[in-house]
Ligand binder design. Sequence first.
Ligand SMILES: NC(=O)c1ccc[n+]([C@@H]2O[C@H](COP(=O)([O-])OP(=O)(O)OC[C@H]3O[C@@H](n4cnc5c(N)ncnc54)[C@H](OP(=O)(O)O)[C@@H]3O)[C@@H](O)[C@H]2O)c1
Length: 321
Amino acid sequence: MNIAKIPKIGLGTFGSDRFTPAQVANAVKGAIDCGYRLFDCAAVYGNEDLIGEVFDEAINSGVVKREELTIISKVWNNMHGRGDVLLACAKSLRDLRLEYLDIYFVHWPFPNYHAPGVDGDARHPDSRPFRADDFMTCWRQMERLADIGLVKSIGMSNMTIPKLDAVLPQCRIKPAFIELELHPAFQQEQLFDYCVAKGIQPIGYCPIGSPNRPERDKTPDDIAATELPEITEIAETLGVHPAIVCLKWSVQIGAVPIPFSVNNYKANLEQTFNTRPLTDAEVAKINRADKNCRLIKGQVFLWDGAKDWRDLWDEDGVIVN
Ligand SMILES: NC(=O)c1ccc[n+]([C@@H]2O[C@H](COP(=O)([O-])OP(=O)(O)OC[C@H]3O[C@@H](n4cnc5c(N)ncnc54)[C@H](OP(=O)(O)O)[C@@H]3O)[C@@H](O)[C@H]2O)c1
């Protein structure tokens, strides 16, 4: 997958424990029909089999050609061990009914299992912190998948600069993409610039600030990107929902946003591109509105002895383990 060819926007497919696999698959169908060509899937979202039926139908009926689609999947945290990544990829390919994936991500850099939907405070006794050696065991298998053509390109998700510094020099095949949380209230400018400087394309998740994220991912201090005055003011001048301003900003800074939607995906595609671009002054104003407010904290991945979710994100510039 040539990073220059990735569509400027995609559709997320995580139902946030609120939307059934059938609802999400139905949104994927509608999204293909109205022009989306990039889909962010993952084994852990629990809906790849139904989404696969939609891809199969759309390709076989001639609505879209396989090569026009960019399809992402991700290996979950409990499948990092030797041999496991190959199995995980095979399962996603079978569920999605594909012969290859365009992009395959390591979903999180922690080899930890937690049952889907568990409470945010739940700790699994086998959870371990990040270790570069463990990660490279996983990454070697990702490279092998790229070698044999089952995936066109490979990437990492939920990384930090210290973790990337630790693993990039060891990669035979460097990640072409990084998936990271990115919205006006959490811009991760340093990580974004680091990726761009290394020729890695950022893909921004939760681009609208994930208003319907699972309850376990909500805390009282969270700030809603769509409620920032900088966003609502611009939305008013454009006559669009604040979500559209978030998406326009993401596209214009060169992130590839992957908004989830079952109700607004058509409007998101049309209004992001058919309304006037944000001016440089508007982009600069949104850049200054950053609140450094991480929403997807990942606390369920904490290991015994970890302080709190900040330990996952190496905020002091060194890997916490
Ligand atoms: N790599 C990772 O670890 C990771 C982590 C989290 C998420 N992701 C990916 O990123 C995707 C997006 O993240 P997300 O779903 O958490 O957050 P998001 O895309 O920021 O927000 C999605 C929510 O915004 C609402 N919305 C969308 N367009 C709207 C509009 N025009 N007006 C009003 N509301 C609107 C949607 O509701 P409606 O359905 O009503 O439109 C939906 O509930 C996920 O689906 C997943 O694919 C990846």
